[in-house]
Design a protein around this ligand. Sequence first.
Ligand code: SF4
Length: 314
Amino acid sequence: MKNSAGQLEVVVARSAGTCFGVEAAIELAEQHRQPILGPIVHNPQIVNNLAEKGIPILERYQDLEKVNNMGFKEVVITAHGYPKGLKESLKQKGIQFHDATCPVLLKWVYGKIRTFEEKGFRIILVGNPNHAEIIASRSYGNGIQVVYSKEDVDKLPEYSGKTVAICQTTITKEKFQQLVNYIRETKYPEMRAIDTRCKPVKNQQQAVEDLAQWVDAILIIGGFNSSNTTNLANLAKKYLPKHTYHIDSPDLIQSDWLQNIEHLGIGAGTSTPKSQINDVQQRIAEVYSGKVVFRREGKAGEILDGDFTPEDEV
Ligand code: SF4
């Protein structure tokens, strides 16, 4: 582990940083400069930058009733999607909207819900019931059950018809698989399961897992309220339980994290701007006493808009 030459190699995980959905959402918010129905993405730096430009950030749906009184005539819907009735409700209030919902949700997740329901399946959505994405997604079906723990599964009703599980786009495959297995063991043995994690999340999770297996320590950069960043940190902790550091600012880096190590990994969630990764790299170079060499692992995969997850049945 210790490098006698006093050189630290810093390796940035391939695909680290913002995905196409987040980049498009920020662009839309900056283009229209209208109040946003909640944090546009779960990254405080991005949200603060928009707020500093004078763009109001509203409480996701609580402020809806107040939008007219606040004098606003337009709003921006965040990347996490929107409950089914939202657009109609905005129209009735005479409020225009600009929709930054990620196309993965619009075309892939909501589409899957529609298709399976048409085929007579009952849908189990595996994800955090309090997350904006899940609150929105569950409204696109009839009686979708949301589960996020074994206790939630225990409460599922008896049912002998066709069932299918889909998941939050940012969940880990491990968590999805564990809950799918438990549902099959205890409730619906024939249940189908489709991994609806998006491709950027899949790529990042794999990249961090690969990196965490050989570096000496790893920094995971991104908002503490970001589900995908938190999941990256949890994945890294499997291999580096004492040397995984989730940070949302370069100022949090402590010099002793860099002592007596040779290889430091960096991972960053899909809502973490590339500029934040650069700031962290700069901070490492300032804090570390010896020579620092930076490199990016592998080629950053080109992920095109509309290049969704291939159908992965688990
Ligand atoms: S993480 Fe996935 S679902 Fe979320 S905005 Fe990015 S591409 Fe879309």
